[in-house]
Design a protein around this ligand. Structure first.
Ligand SMILES: [Mg+2]
Length: 268
């Protein structure tokens, strides 16, 4: 066995939120201290989230009562990544029919696109999680995709853990549209390497100095592997130690929680 490199070589971090920094409305052990250490040392970091329902400002406001001092500028959502992805491929002002909430709608309008409600007006269809979606909305999206409008998905997660248990995620709504149209959309978000590369570009950092911190193997850790960066898994969320150990591309490090991770980062 080779000795893993020291985490103290990390110069930039990409962080997952749920299961890493907080669970529901409770901060996880070490989260405040870790964020305070990142802020105090001026270490570049971004919270990288597949949750496209909230704007960065809304997510920052959710974390403020937990004393997690992460401002909107340190948050990068799959909705923002979707807007950047579309800007590279479609003209400004393109008309988009959105299945999604504020986070996605605001990111696309701020990205210079026009939002429309009718399939006849649409040039593109973008889908993410929408917890108030109606059949009528899904029908408009289906008709637009059926007419040949490109279909793009902003978050592949099929389920979301909630206080009540496991509820349907964006991926489940996207599967509905896929079933109705036979079209498989490109997915923007973890574990796609693009999302990680966009984040590092906006921080101005390189893959070899960056570490992804996450709790879910198939998004955070696999995504870091796809993007060619090192990863630190924590055991405060979804995936268990055995899953990380058995993975074909395991995380570079596994820590009990952020308390242990912060200790390792501070070691010289
Ligand atoms: Mg998570």
């Amino acid at each position: 066995m080779t000795t893993p490199p020291s985490l103290s070589s990390a110069r930039a971090f990409l962080l997952d939120g749920d299961g890493v920094l907080y669970r529901g409305s409770e901060p996880l052990p070490g989260a405040r201290a870790f964020i305070d250490a990142l802020n105090a040392s001026g270490t570049p970091y971004l919270l990288l989230t597949n949750n496209a329902t909230r704007t960065p400002e809304q997510l920052a406001a959710k974390m403020a009562p937990m004393q997690l001092a992460i401002d909107a500028a340190h948050i990068f959502t799959s909705a923002q990544a979707t807007a950047l992805w579309l800007q590279d491929r479609y003209p400004a002002g393109a008309r988009i029919l959105v299945v999604g909430e504020d986070g996605l709608r605001v990111a696309l309008s701020q990205g210079g696109f026009r939002l429309v409600d009718e399939h006849r007006q649409a040039e593109l269809v973008v889908a993410g999680l929408d917890r108030t979606v109606t059949y009528a909305r899904l029908a408009e999206a289906t008709l637009a995709i059926g007419r040949g409008c490109p279909f793009i998905a902003s978050n592949p997660d099929k389920s979301i853990p909630t206080e009540r248990g496991v509820e349907p995620g964006a991926g489940a709504l996207i599967a509905f549209l896929q079933a109705a149209t036979g079209v498989t959309p490109p997915m923007i978000g973890k574990p796609e390497a693009d999302f990680f590369h966009q984040a590092m570009r906006s921080l101005g950092v390189t893959p070899d100095e960056t570490v992804m911190v996450g709790d879910r193997y198939e998004t955070d850790i696999l995504g870091a592997h796809n993007a060619g960066i090192r990863s630190a898994a924590v055991l405060t969320g979804i995936s268990r130690a055995a899953e990380f150990a058995a993975a074909a591309a395991p995380p570079t490090w596994v820590f009990e929680d952020l308390v242990a991770l912060l200790g390792a980062w501070r070691e010289t």
